[in-house]
Write a protein that binds this ligand. Structure first.
Ligand code: RM4
Length: 231
């Protein structure tokens, strides 16, 4: 929404909620920009090519790529089977690797000095008892970002990660429905509240805007102070 508000034409992918996607598309279009949604199971490698082809059909080139898709089915380490691990890995890491490979080719072919932002997480830096699969993927995203900052930096493309803390979205709706857990997470945050998506807009916008001319290969933590709040 922040990108549309700043005049960007948008293509966004979504996983399953058609109604929510339709509402989001309507809201984006109110800013007078071209916008399209595309339904993709980002855990299914075979769907990635179709998404990239759609982008190429709708837009001549791409200036900004935000790799955001991610899932976190909370599960104990010993209860995570291979299917679940692979679904989380494909959605959170592998899909972004290959979508970024294709979109950065479009940027290079059109000589676009673009911006790429990975939505990583505080969970790239710290663990979670029920997130062993998820934290692995968020660290993996940062490792990918570091190398792409070198490889794509040579083409003038800037690549960074944003590391949200505990932000209220569908990803943790069930987990934070537990009052005790929610109160514990809130107690960890000096700003005394969980984040909301709008709190991520400012930091994200900076990293992908023309204002950012030299921050490349960086990880920007946006967690309200949670990580440093030991005592
Ligand atoms: C974040 C962090 C939050 C959790 C989400 C799913 O990285 O761990 O606490 O709610 O993941």
């Amino acid at each position: 929404m922040a990108l549309a508000k700043n005049g960007c034409n948008i293509i966004f992918s979504y996983g399953h909620d058609d109604k929510s996607a339709e509402n989001t598309l309507d809201e984006i279009k109110k800013f007078g920009v071209n916008a399209y949604s595309y339904k993709i199971d980002q855990s299914n490698f075979n769907e990635i090519e179709g998404f990239v082809d759609f982008v190429k059909i709708k837009f001549k080139t791409v200036d900004i790529l935000v790799n955001n898709a991610g899932i976190c089915p909370f599960k104990g380490f010993f209860d995570i089977d291979r299917n679940l691990f692979e679904k989380v890995w494909m959605t959170n890491v592998e899909s972004h690797f290959f979508i970024t490979q294709e979109i950065s080719k479009i940027m290079i072919d059109n000589n676009v000095k673009g911006k790429i932002l990975f939505i990583s997480s505080i969970s790239a830096i710290v663990g979670g008892e029920y997130q062993a699969h998820y934290t692995t993927t968020k660290s993996g995203i940062n490792g990918m970002m570091h190398s792409l900052a070198i490889i794509l930096g040579k083409h003038g493309i800037i690549v960074n990660s944003l590391e949200p803390g505990t932000i209220l979205t569908d990803i943790n709706k069930d987990d934070l429905a537990n009052d005790e857990k929610r109160k514990y997470m809130e107690s960890r945050i000096p700003l005394a509240r969980l984040g909301i998506p709008e709190d991520m807009a400012g930091p994200a916008l900076f990293l992908i805007s023309d204002e950012n001319t030299y921050v490349n290969g960086s990880e920007l933590l946006a967690d309200g102070g949670m990580l440093v709040n030991l005592q």
